[in-house]
Design a protein around this ligand. Structure first.
Ligand SMILES: NC(=O)c1ccc[n+]([C@@H]2O[C@H](COP(=O)([O-])OP(=O)(O)OC[C@H]3O[C@@H](n4cnc5c(N)ncnc54)[C@H](OP(=O)(O)O)[C@@H]3O)[C@@H](O)[C@H]2O)c1
Length: 178
């Protein structure tokens, strides 16, 4: 299972329901990596999507505890446990582990990090003026290692890089798909 996230210098990811640094090349990369795949997100991130609609050409999986939450074009699960059980029972076949992308926000990243083996992190070389949601700092996590770093890119005077991390620990994370 993969995750994809855009972080600022302090690993902040959002403020008041919005992205901090939406970069056009980053959004294009997000689309390229996730199209044809399964994206997993929290209800708040789902509702922050353009027009509050599922992203097209992807299976949109949304986590919500609200029993009444239903959205056309989205598959809703009431807990990570239910989702993992569905994966184990073959609900998403023929998709495999590398087809799953956790796309946020903070609550969902934190709960799904233990199931992820690859992280596509866009690191923005700036600090947001205000932020209320964060991603765990992978540079301070000895289980994660950066294996690819792109050249610096720039938009509107702000530099950013694509950094790919892999998890060194082979735990339950990979076993949910076997
Ligand atoms: N920088 C990035 O790459 C990036 C990516 C995505 C999002 N973001 C930002 O992140 C922020 C949103 O993050 P967030 O942490 O506030 O919200 P979130 O993770 O998107 O969604 C939280 C919601 O998910 C549901 N949920 C959480 N844990 C659950 C569980 N164990 N079982 C069932 N449902 C569960 C709950 O929905 P109910 O309340 O319906 O029960 C909860 O309110 C926004 O600012 C967004 O722009 C940034």
């Amino acid at each position: 299972m993969n995750l994809i996230v855009n972080v600022d210098r302090n690993w902040a990811i959002g403020n008041k329901g919005k992205l901090l640094f939406p970069m056009s090349q980053d959004l294009k990369r997000f689309k390229d990596l996730t199209t044809g795949r399964i994206i997993i997100m929290g209800r708040k991130t789902f509702q922050s999507l353009p027009d509050g609609k599922p992203l097209e050409n992807r299976i949109n999986v949304v986590l919500s505890r609200k029993k009444t939450f239903k959205e056309e074009g989205a598959v809703v699960f009431s807990s990570p446990t239910c989702l993992v059980r569905a994966v184990r029972n073959g609900f998403f076949k023929p998709y495999t582990g590398s087809d799953f992308f956790v796309i946020g926000g903070e609550q969902i990243y934190r709960q799904f990090l233990p199931f992820c083996d690859t992280a596509y992190v866009t690191k923005v070389e700036a600090a947001a003026q205000a932020s209320d949601t964060f991603f765990p700092n992978l540079d301070e996590n000895k289980d994660w290692k950066s294996v690819e770093i792109s050249n610096a890119m720039e938009q509107d005077g702000t530099e950013y890089r694509f950094v790919k991390y892999i998890c060194l620990k082979n735990t339950a994370r990979t076993n949910i798909f076997t």
